[in-house]
Design a protein around this ligand. Structure first.
Ligand code: COA
Length: 338
């Protein structure tokens, strides 16, 4: 409960995104490794992705996405009370990317990174919601920012993972909803994790188990590149996503047909088609952008939200369901009224 016994609500008041300029098509990948446009499109739906140019950082992308989200929320970045950056591709080992973003805005507001991989945005939404409804903060920025491209194995050995991932950032502002006549708000966020599958999609590199963290043997064994059991990930994603979506809709007290727009994490177009079929969601209620951007992990859902805003799909009153699955394993779903 909020001040004076009134239940506090938090709403999403602004969205923004930033993609690097550099387009990398499937044909471009054919030059780097043994793969084909046909294989990639058939298995994942991806046609191209954006990769950063030399010197471009996660904080660069995050700053642009965050400034747009603040502008659309009608606030200056200096007015934020807290900054959360979900990411699995931190700019440095430490401190987190959030500190390099916070530096761009000046001041001393708290910031932190959140590590829940491709479900990082949904996890962060849950934390931002809790911070606002508890009354601790009024305005929380969540900015998913990923630069995967510099950490991918671009030889044939790494092709199963490398063709799937892209770079980008997407941001939202979560604010206290003070207007009782406006029902906009985050109605539910439901989260899950299953650490027993942590090594089904992971990067062993830099482990606290290795002497000096990094060593020549680890480099020889190519432990710095992601490893994935693709089929296992696929099977779990198509089971867990409809499950958690149903849980979140129930918790929000909303029926599936009432949802105007379903935005799924962008790991694989086939996964999303599977999930939509299993949950009997009509295709016109689902938006995907993986064809153009690949999997941007924690940035995928906020990029979709920003594009939905640009397309006029987030008008006041619209009900949106967000659902993700990722490494960890981690998964979650949220229901939001705009
Ligand atoms: C990765 C994925 C597309 C692979 O599809 P799949 O049908 O499972 O394919 P397989 O892994 O069985 O590989 C089939 C063949 O294609 C080959 N292959 C793998 N990547 C390839 C690529 N990029 N180009 C061409 N061939 C490739 C494999 O080596 C294998 O060859 P083989 O039969 O001679 O051994 C699929 O498993 C997937 O999308 N999984 C989920 C991944 C995901 O969502 N990750 C992120 C979660 S947040």
């Amino acid at each position: 409960m909020g001040i004076g016994g009134r239940r506090m609500r938090a709403r999403i008041s602004g969205t923004g995104m930033c993609l690097p300029e550099r387009r990398v098509t499937n044909k471009d990948l054919e030059v780097m490794m043994e793969t084909s446009d046909e294989w990639i499109v058939q298995r994942s739906g991806i046609r191209e992705r954006r990769w950063v140019s030399e010197g471009e950082t996660p904080a660069d992308l995050a700053e642009v996405a965050s400034r747009t989200a603040c502008e659309r929320a009608g606030i200056d970045p200096e007015e934020l009370d807290c900054i959360i950056v979900p990411t699995l591709s931190s700019q440095y080992e430490f401190p987190g990317t959030s500190f390099f973003l916070q530096e761009r805005f000046g001041g001393t507001v708290p910031c932190f990174d959140l590590r829940a991989q491709c479900t990082g945005f949904i996890y962060s939404l849950s934390i931002a919601n809790a911070l606002v409804i508890s009354g601790q903060y009024q305005r929380v920025l969540v900015c998913g920012a990923e630069v995967h491209s510099t950490g991918l194995d671009k030889s044939t050995e790494g092709r199963d993972v490398t063709v799937l991932f892209g770079d980008g950032a997407g941001a939202i502002v979560v604010e206290a909803a003070e207007d009782d006549s406006n029902p906009a708000g985050i109605l539910d966020v439901t989260l899950h994790a299953q650490g027993k599958y942590a090594k089904k999609l992971w990067v062993p590199w830099g482990s606290a188990l290795f002497p000096e963290r990094l060593n020549a043997d680890a480099l020889d064994e190519r432990l710095h590149f992601p490893r994935m059991d693709g089929r296992h990930v696929f099977k779990n994603a198509v089971t867990r996503m409809p499950e958690v979506m149903a849980e979140s809709l129930d918790a929000a007290g909303v029926k599936k047909p009432d949802i105007d727009l379903f935005l799924f994490h962008q790991a694989n177009l086939r996964i999303n088609e599977f999930v939509a079929n299993a949950a009997e969601i009509p295709a016109e209620k689902v938006r995907n952008n993986i064809q153009r951007y690949g999997n941007c992990s924690a940035a995928s859902i906020p990029i979709l939200l920003s594009e939905a805003h640009d397309e006029g799909l987030l008008e006041p009153g619209k009900l949106v369901c967000l659902t993700g699955f990722g490494s960890g394993f981690s998964w979650g779903s949220a229901v939001v009224r705009f």
